[in-house]
Ligand binder design. Structure first.
Ligand SMILES: C=C(O[C@@H]1C=C(C(=O)O)C=C[C@H]1O)C(=O)O
Length: 210
């Protein structure tokens, strides 16, 4: 599993950037996280950051061609802090790291941590998503609930700046968010960073495609 994943990771990096690069792995998203709407947020920023429904669905609504590029998909131990956020005693999780594109433009870098007990790893659709959006799969479940959304600002000193750089984007501060999604049979921690030039920086009036 691990060697296959590392291959996917490097293939994707090579495909996206045209060269091999080495990232800290998994990319740490440690930061100061806030669970309130901060005064400095514009209306459109808070609107995207505090979206409670599927981000995938919202990105699809704002594009003609939506694409998921998988950077990595591996089984990884949860850190203590992740296990605390998830309120789980399960130690291992499916870790998935993707870039979400709208019409060829990178919009969101996302990490998902899906704690799985050994028996849950068999015949589990979440284990073999590949380029299928995780959001579509989990939001099919009517029991889904999003817990508190926390937000954080990622500056150029943060490791996410390497991803921004490799995607060829301008090195701007980025807003990110994280939340736990709870389904009847599953919990997952999702962290999403809105990349420079993404919809979060667009004026509401410019979002109409036609
Ligand atoms: C959680 C959602 O799923 C999105 C899709 C992801 C994926 O395909 O790996 C990862 C994180 C999310 O941005 C959502 O749509 O809200």
């Amino acid at each position: 599993m691990i060697s296959k994943t590392i291959k996917i990771f490097y293939d994707q990096i090579s495909y996206v950037y045209g060269c091999f690069v080495v990232l800290d792995y998994p990319l740490s998203l440690d930061n100061n996280w806030f669970d309130i709407v901060l005064d400095e947020l514009t209306e459109i920023e808070s609107n995207w950051l505090f979206e409670t429904s599927s981000l995938t669905a919202r990105l699809k609504l704002n594009s003609r061609y939506f694409e998921v590029k998988v950077l990595s998909e591996i089984i990884q131990d949860l850190t203590m802090s992740q296990a605390n956020i998830l309120k789980t005693d399960i130690q291992t999780a499916l870790f998935r790291e993707v870039v979400l594109y709208c019409d060829g433009k990178p919009q969101v870098y996302a990490q998902s941590w899906i704690p799985l007990r050994t028996q849950q790893k068999q015949n589990n659709e979440l284990m073999s998503l590949g380029t299928k959006p995780l959001g579509e799969q989990i939001f099919k479940d009517p029991s889904i609930k999003r817990n508190t959304i926390e937000i954080a600002k990622f500056d150029s000193a943060h490791p996410i700046a390497n991803v921004v750089n490799m995607l060829g984007l301008a090195p701007l501060n980025c807003w990110g968010r994280r939340s736990v999604l709870t389904l009847a049979q599953q919990k997952l921690l999702v962290c999403e960073i809105f990349l420079p030039g993404s919809f979060i920086e667009t004026k509401a009036s410019e979002l109409n495609l036609d």
